[in-house]
Design a protein around this ligand. Structure first.
Ligand code: SF4
Ligand code: SF4
Length: 170
């Protein structure tokens, strides 16, 4: 499945909380940087990754799901936990230094002296639409921006609530 909806400025988001529906992990190819790829290869083996002529990826199962996605009760969880790639940590937010998807006023976000433009992929089921709540604007969004800036490696507000040990199934 491929999603094509246009990203929406953060000003239309009241709040966000991952519901562990697993849709994103069953839908997208996750691009890895070289350091992420190396860490995963060292810990799990090269068979947990894939590549094309220009990029490195997490491997997907035959059904299209990420190789590290697993089911726990009625939730879908990430087996990579603290090794989660940056692309996964940032999902569903998209952060730029230019208004890439229009509506610059609504996407504008000033953080620590940086002029940024923040959008969200509307396909994520964890989005509640409306006027941004104080929690979203003061806690959730800054954590995503810090991850994007490379300043914040831990996740408190930018991930789901359930965390379990490392698991991977090829
Ligand atoms: S980030 Fe969104 S789409 Fe992905 S599992 Fe969480 S709620 Fe579902
Ligand atoms: S690494 Fe985790 S968060 Fe990223 S796609 Fe795989 S299961 Fe989902």
């Amino acid at each position: 499945m491929t999603w094509t909806a246009r990203p929406v400025p953060w000003r239309y988001v009241a709040s966000w909380q991952c519901t562990a529906c697993g849709l994103c992990c069953r839908t997208y190819n996750v691009v890895l940087n070289y350091g992420e790829w190396l860490n995963i290869v060292r810990k799990f083996g090269v068979e947990y990754t894939s590549c094309d002529l220009s990029r490195l990826y997490l491997r997907r199962k035959p059904n299209g799901a990420c190789v590290f996605l697993y089911r726990f009760g009625n939730k879908w969880l990430c087996g990579l936990q603290d090794m989660k790639p940056r692309a996964c940590k940032l999902w569903p937010f998209k952060i730029y230094t230019k208004p890439r998807f229009g509506r610059a006023r609504e996407a504008f976000y000033e953080y620590a002296g940086h002029r940024l433009f923040v959008y969200v992929d509307p396909n994520c089921l964890g989005i509640r639409w409306g006027e941004p709540t104080n929690h979203f604007a003061s806690n959730v969004l800054p954590e995503f921006v810090e991850i994007w800036m490379g300043r914040h490696v831990g996740q408190r507000f930018s991930t789901g609530k359930v965390r379990l040990p490392l698991v991977a199934q090829v």
